[in-house]
Design a protein around this ligand. Structure first.
Ligand code: NOJ
Length: 763
């Protein structure tokens, strides 16, 4: 593949990973180039650049090529191989102005190699691992001729009923913002114009994770302070990191759809944040302005969207159909169209496509003989990253790690489920290349040990749910039931369990249950599997639950039944091996929850950093008039930041360098962490801050920093955290971002609940 040196851009090999670099490399002369090209374009050609079309099996390729050659398509998505995309680029090169196409795809958590789902990546709290996953995804996607991804998805999700919780990085603004920055830099590398980089387009702008009731596509109604304080920072972080694109959310915000929202797209994104890139609508979103009830017809929808600053229209024909008439009638101005075209051309420039339209497509003779070849995968990296994302939730009596000499009963509908292992948004991943838990355990079990398998249950016995989960899979149904009666399957599993030393049950959700359009009203493991768990528990054998799911589940009962619980989310191509590494103790689990686990769905929302209230519930003092649900224990099942290890860690008392902080000064909070157990391990030391009293109510605590450290058994290390005024700033009722003098609590712990605290004053 060609490596280019673009307009003075030197793609130096960085000494540190690209995601740790601070300034994206700017390309010179872009404005002049784009302005010059714009002058040569006809209206038809301009509008053509604003069309982004989805390539589907039903699309006649010849027609598409004809449209491209006529300058009527700006880019495509869903065509993901070099042989598929080359003829389309050839067609663009036959067009009058030879403006290159770009090729886009949803590269969310891997491309050919599938990494753990985003929520799992966040569970690693390991910026290096997360960055590596993004960089490899970019390299694999670029090698398949892709120029841009619709990622990272950084929607804060605090309602696990929302199926797309799986696709984001959790509930916390600080953690998600850090990851947003890392992912953008990992995708784009030193420059988005490099042959092994792809452009990022952060999504879904904005606030998609705050849909009411966790129901997908629902409205978002949110206070300005909450929006600025909690939900907007991750998008801003991605933009500050240089994200070349933004995908606009499908939802409305306080009564105005994002796709028609001039405040969001112009005032906030472009004016306040200085975004100078490509804004793409989500699928069919311009047309949906009619459904939202803000446009009476397609003409008005196109007008609202172009006026709001939506540059490219994803998969609807309204721009093509309506913009010429709108311009003619004076309802929109030439500059509305030109501004949008400028951004499309600018993005193509930034992707390096004007310099070489075949930058990522390459030459036909260099095409991989087999797109899906094993040699194209990054298995060892996927295994390493996946095991870092697993969270040990319970380990009673050191049930884990398992002995390699043991007879292990492996049961559950997810034990042998290659498709589910990949998670949703598995891009170009092939299920036959993903390692199931059964494969993973079998590969590690010793000579004396044995794995005996029985399915034990279907994902669910609810036929309507199975039909729903299968309705979108055109090729083959994803959720395939074992047709035997439920009791027969349970009996078989119980028999297998009785013959074993320990039972490992792989239970949870099929991947489609945590996906777009997969909101749930309940967060239980489906009843078919709960019946199985109950029967396994009754055997008296030690019971290990391996959870696979894309959102927090309410597992109150299972937490009582199981001896050990390992949260594995959907762990990707190497999932089975990574889980086996942890189950057998070849890797000591180090993941921490990036989202709170509620006790029940009725408790939602349960995010840890909620606002302080006048009558808080006080543990141990259940009085009548405090804030609680009287019919269940207050508080989450597992708090944000929680996760166990096969070793134990202790923290010394925190030392604060001073009890006062000047506005321009720094405070040092230090703590010594010791590995007090018998094996080496990693943990995440977390720092939270609480503004005790201010001009408005502040959260009970907020994550402001963390460090993941590896310590050998018996080793100790002193960690230092710097606190400055910036860490204390917040958006006040006037939306002014400032810190207020007064008292602050600083807390350090290994999760968000179990913390030690000291106090200082901002002068
Ligand atoms: C709709 C989804 O909301 C969005 O995230 C995705 O990028 C597009 N479809 C394209 O697949």
């Amino acid at each position: 593949m060609k490596k280019l040196c673009l307009l003075g851009l030197v793609a130096t090999l960085a000494t540190q990973p690209v995601w740790a670099e601070t300034t994206p490399v700017a390309l010179k002369d872009k404005d002049a180039f784009v302005s010059d090209l714009l002058k040569q374009m006809t209206l038809d050609e301009k509008i053509g650049q604003l069309r982004l079309i989805s390539i589907g099996p039903e699309m006649p390729r010849e027609l598409i090529r004809k449209e491209i050659a006529a300058g009527r398509i700006g880019g495509t998505f869903n065509s993901i191989t070099r042989p598929e995309n080359r003829p389309m680029q050839d067609a663009a090169m036959r067009s009058r102005l030879k403006i290159p196409m770009f090729f886009a795809y949803d590269v969310i958590h891997g491309h050919r190699t599938i990494f753990p789902i985003s929520l799992a990546l966040a569970s690693s709290w390991d910026m290096d691992a997360i960055g590596r996953s993004g960089r490899i995804a970019a390299q694999e996607a670029a090698a398949d001729s892709l120029d841009i991804t619709f990622a990272p998805m950084v929607d804060i999700s605090r309602d696990p009923r929302w199926g797309r919780t799986s696709e984001g990085f959790g509930e916390d603004t600080y953690l998600v913002s850090r990851i947003a920055e890392v992912m953008v830099k990992a995708f784009q590398g030193v420059s988005a114009a490099n042959a092994d980089s792809i452009m990022a387009s952060v999504k879904h702008f904005a606030l998609y994770g705050a849909v009411e009731g966790g129901r997908d596509y629902n409205v978002v109604d949110i206070s300005p302070v909450k929006m600025y304080q909690d939900y907007l920072p991750p998008y801003h972080a991605a933009i500050k990191a240089g994200s070349g694109g933004v995908m606009v959310a499908l939802n409305s915000i306080n009564g105005v759809p994002a796709t028609a929202n001039t405040w969001l797209m112009n005032d906030l994104l472009r004016k306040d944040w200085g975004f100078k890139g490509l804004a793409v609508s989500d699928h069919g979103a311009i047309f949906e302005l009619i459904k939202h009830g803000v446009a009476k017809d397609g003409r008005e929808a196109a007008k609202l969207a172009i006026k709001a600053g939506i540059d490219m229209s994803m998969n609807d024909s309204l721009y093509g159909k309506e913009l010429p008439g709108l311009l003619k009638s004076g309802e929109i101005e030439q500059s509305d169209i030109d501004n949008a075209v400028r951004e499309v051309l600018g993005a193509k420039y930034d992707m390096g496509l004007f310099k070489d339209p075949y930058l990522r497509i390459g030459k036909a003779e260099d095409d991989p003989a087999d797109t899906y070849a094993e040699s194209r995968l990054h298995r060892s990296e996927a295994r390493d990253i996946a095991r870092r994302s697993l969270v040990l939730l319970k380990n009673h009596n050191n049930t884990l790690p398992l002995k390699k000499s043991a007879t292990i009963a492996l049961v559950g509908p997810l034990a042998k489920a290659p498709i589910d292992m990949m998670g949703s948004w598995a891009a170009a991943g092939k299920p036959e290349q993903s390692v199931t838990l059964l494969d993973g355990l079998n590969a590690v079990i010793g000579e004396k040990g044995k794995i005996i398998y029985a399915r034990g249950a279907n994902i669910t016995n609810d036929k309507a749910v199975v039909d729903y989960l299968n309705f979108l899979n055109f090729d083959a149904p994803e959720v395939v039931d074992d047709t035997r009666p439920a009791q027969v399957m349970i009996d078989e599993a119980v028999k297998v369990a009785k013959d074993a030393d320990v039972v490992v049950a792989a239970v949870g959700e099929s991947r489609g249950m945590s996906h777009e359009s997969s909101s749930r009203t309940d967060l239980n493991i489906p009843q078919s599997q709960r019946d199985l768990i109950k029967a396994l528990k009754a055997t008296g054998k030690p019971l290990v639950l391996v959870l696979m799911n894309g959102r927090p589940l309410s597992i109150l009962e299972e937490n009582q039944q199981a001896d050990a619980i390992l949260e594995t989310w959907f762990a990707g191509t190497e999932g089975g091996n990574a889980i086996a590494d942890v189950l057998f103790g070849d890797y000591n689990p180090s993941g921490k929850l990036p989202i709170t686990f509620p006790r029940s769905v009725g408790q939602i929302p349960t995010y840890y950093n909620h606002l302080t209230i006048g009558r808080p519930f006080t543990p141990g003092k259940p009085g009548n008039y405090t804030s609680q649900y009287f019919d269940d224990t207050t508080g989450p099942l597992f708090p944000f930041g929680y996760g166990l290890s096969y070793t134990t860690f202790s923290l010394s008392d925190m030392a604060l360098s001073s009890t006062t902080l000047n506005k321009t000064g720094k405070l040092d909070a230090s703590v010594t962490v010791t590995n007090t157990g018998k094996v080496d391990g990693e943990t995440v030391v977390q720092l939270y801050i609480q503004d005790v009293s201010g001009s408005m109510i502040r959260p009970i605590k907020e994550l402001k920093n963390f460090q993941k450290v590896m310590l050998k058994a018996g080793e100790e290390r002193t960690l230092h955290f710097t606190i400055t005024e910036d860490d204390l700033k917040f958006y006040n009722t006037q939306l002014k971002f400032a810190a207020e003098p007064g008292e602050f609590n600083v807390q350090i712990g290994l999760d968000s609940q179990d913390v030690q605290q000291q106090t200082f004053e901002l002068l």
